[in-house]
Design a protein around this ligand. Structure first.
Ligand SMILES: [Fe+2]
Ligand SMILES: [Fe+2]
Length: 230
C-alpha cells in the first residue's frame, strides 16, 4: 500500500483549500453532460472510496485525505464526457487534463489519471491505443494511497456490480477468488483492443495490464466488506 500524498506546493494547497463540495463537483459532471448512468457510478465509487478510507484508518491507523479521495472518485470518469464511449481507456488522461484545466488540484487529477485498467495502464498500451494526450507518461499506476483507494473502489464497484450486469462479464468474488479479477479485467481489455484496433488480444499480451489490478484487489479486499458494495 502506498503512503498518503501531500499537496505539492503552496498554490496546490490553496487549490485544495478551495476544493468544491460534493454537490458542486456533481454539478461539474452535469455541466459537462456526463451521462446519468456514469454520474451514478461516480457517486457510488465516491461512497465506496470513503468507506475504504475509513476502514484503512480503523484497521491500520493510516489516514488518507478524505477530501481528495472524494473529489478524485467523483471526477475519476469525467473524461468519459469527452470520449462518449465506455471502451475508451484514454478517458483517464483526458479526465486528468480537464481537471487540471479547470484549476482543480493536481492530486485530484492524478486520481483520474491512475484509475484506468485498475492501475495497470502503461506507456506501451497508451501508445498502442493512440492516446490523444501528450506527453505520455511511462507509468500511470497509482503513486499515493488516495489514488489507490479510488482505483480499488472503481475496480470493486465495476467488477462486482456493473460489469456482470451491463456487459455480461463473469461475476467476480474477490473474497473467495482474488485472482478472478484478472479474468474480468481481461474481458474489458479484450473488448477495448477489438474495438479500437480490431485486434484479438491474448491473455499473455494482456498479462502486464492485469497484474496491477490483481495486486490492488489482493491488498484492498480486506477493507471491503461484501455489504459495503451496493
Ligand atoms: Fe474509468
Ligand atoms: Fe469508473
Amino acid at each position: 500500500m502506498r503512503k498518503p500524498g501531500k499537496p505539492l506546493n503552496r498554490i496546490e494547497s490553496i487549490r485544495e483549500f478551495l476544493l468544491p463540495p460534493r454537490e458542486k463537483i456533481i454539478g461539474i459532471l452535469k455541466l459537462l453532460n456526463l451521462n446519468e448512468k456514469k454520474i451514478k457510478h461516480s457517486i457510488a465509487v465516491a461512497d465506496l472510496s470513503l468507506k475504504i478510507a475509513d476502514e484503512i484508518k480503523r484497521v491500520d491507523g493510516i489516514e488518507a485525505d478524505r477530501k481528495i479521495v472524494e473529489a478524485g472518485a467523483l471526477l475519476h470518469d469525467v473524461g468519459l464526457a469527452m470520449t462518449f464511449d465506455d471502451l475508451s481507456p484514454e478517458h483517464s488522461v483526458i479526465g486528468a487534463d480537464i481537471i487540471r484545466k479547470v484549476g482543480l488540484p493536481e492530486r485530484v487529477a492524478k486520481c483520474a489519471e491512475a484509475h484506468e485498467m485498475a492501475g495497470g495502464l502503461s506507456r506501451k498500451v497508451a501508445e498502442e491505443l493512440k492516446f490523444p494526450v501528450y506527453p505520455l507518461k511511462d507509468d500511470y499506476s497509482p503513486s499515493t494511497l488516495e489514488e489507490e483507494i479510488v482505483t480499488a473502489a472503481d475496480l470493486f464497484q465495476y467488477l462486482l456490480i456493473e460489469a456482470p450486469e451491463e456487459f455480461g462479464y463473469k461475476k467476480y468474488d474477490p473474497w473467495e477468488d482474488p485472482e478472478g479479477c484478472k479474468e474480468a479485467l481481461f474481458s474489458y481489455c479484450r473488448d477495448v483492443y477489438k474495438k479500437k484496433l480490431n485486434k484479438e488480444l491474448t491473455m499473455n499480451e494482456a498479462a502486464p495490464m492485469l497484474e496491477k489490478g490483481y495486486e490492488i484487489c489482493r491488498e484492498f479486499v480486506k477493507y471491503v466488506k461484501p455489504n459495503l458494495v451496493e
